[in-house]
Design a protein around this ligand. Structure first.
Ligand SMILES: Nc1ncnc2c1ncn2[C@@H]1O[C@H](COP(=O)(O)OP(=O)(O)O)[C@@H](O)[C@H]1O
Ligand SMILES: [Mg+2]
Length: 335
């Protein structure tokens, strides 16, 4: 059971997709389900979504055994109480609970298979939804279950509270912070897609360095710059990267422009300094030592960039990439 933590735009969804692809490449019989949460979700809703996705995949599978076919016909048209989820296409018949249908589903999987469940944007789970993660992790069935959960700071917060410690414990074997790319990873991120798509062209070492400096290795901003600067068949140089910054900002703008729109240049500078520390939690003495005066800390809290966790303890709530975007857009020189 793995937990991936990271700010928006840090690459959580991409990591999930990669793990899904690697799993299918290694085991073509694996049942791989991705649950991207879009709304606040309870236990019943999460379990219902998993079963819905498993059933969808089993339906498309040739040579499914009797047990799978029996399961599919039993759950066809079933509605899950309180979730609005209906399995299969036909109208709702008898409502049932998410938990009941989950057990039935697990007992019906083909022998020898493996079930990979990736839950994305898991901060949208409510308390019972978080509990469902434990249910999934502890289910003993015919096939091994691997659960990978990705989420932002709010999820990490929830899982650090005492009432969720039994849930946090299911991830004791693997909890990863997804963050910025190193300079060499930025190079890899720029060059690998060119090779993968069999395109011609590349990036000079200086151009890669500049992309890294402008983006600070934030995957989302690296992608924006790459998208704007790369031309098939040519080698991207420093001047091309510089000239592409406005277009890159436009690409990223639909999300990033709205964030911190009313922040002053000074706010953005302070935000970037805090982001540069590279840790989400800071003591007020550390913030002061960055040259940020205490009235400014209050401003950052009001703008929801920082959150006061306890006396003298603050947490960075917004993705650092937002500070780097605004610094670029406003032409601010950062330290
Ligand atoms: N390792 C990586 N190398 C290059 N680009 C990446 C990498 N990981 C993510 N990206 C890009 O960064 C952007 C944000 O990634 P995403 O997975 O959607 O982040 P999250 O789910 O954490 O918000 C996407 O455009 C994605 O293509
Ligand atoms: Mg995502």
């Amino acid at each position: 059971m793995l937990l991936l933590n990271g700010y928006r735009g840090s690459g959580k969804t991409s990591v999930l997709r990669k793990i899904e692809a690697l799993t299918l490449a290694a085991r073509s019989d694996a049942i791989v389900v991705e649950i991207p949460l879009r709304i606040h979700s309870s236990e019943d809703r999460l379990l219902a979504s998993v079963v819905q996705e498993v059933a969808r995949q089993l339906e498309g599978r040739a040579g499914a055994g009797d047990r799978v076919r029996a399961f599919l016909s039993r759950v066809h048209g079933l509605s899950i109480a309180g979730t609005g989820v209906t399995l299969g296409a036909s109208a709702a018949s008898r409502p049932t609970s998410g938990l009941a249908v989950w057990r039935e589903c697990i007992d019906s999987l083909p022998d020898g298979s493996i079930l990979l469940i990736c839950v994305d944007d898991a901060e949208l789970l409510d308390t019972s939804g978080l509990g469902a993660l434990k249910t999934i992790a502890e289910t003993q069935g015919r096939v091994p279950i691997v659960l990978i959960v990705a989420g932002g700071v709010e999820l990490a917060d929830r899982l650090s509270q005492p009432d969720t410690s039994p849930i946090a414990r299911i991830f004791s074997a693997g909890r990863f912070d997804i963050g910025e790319l190193s300079p060499s990873e930025t190079g890899e991120a720029l060059n690998a897609p060119i090779r993968a798509a069999d395109l011609h062209g590349g990036w000079t070492t200086d151009a890669i360095e500049l992309v890294h400096r402008l983006s600070r290795g934030y995957p989302f901003l690296v992608q924006c710059l790459a998208h704007a600067a790369f031309i098939e068949g040519s080698t991207v140089e420093v001047s091309r990267v510089q000239a592409s910054v406005p277009e890159a900002l436009e690409v990223g703008g639909s999300w990033l422009e709205r964030e911190c729109a009313s922040a002053s240049d000074e706010d953005i500078r302070a935000f970037a300094k805090i982001a540069d520390v590279g840790r989400p939690r800071l003591r007020s003495s550390e913030i002061l030592s960055l040259g940020i005066q205490s009235p400014y800390i209050g401003r950052l809290v009001r703008q929801k960039i920082l959150k006061k966790i306890s006396r003298g303890q603050y947490e960075l709530r917004k993705a650092p990439v937002i500070a780097y975007y605004h610094a670029l857009a406003r032409g601010l020189r950062l330290g």
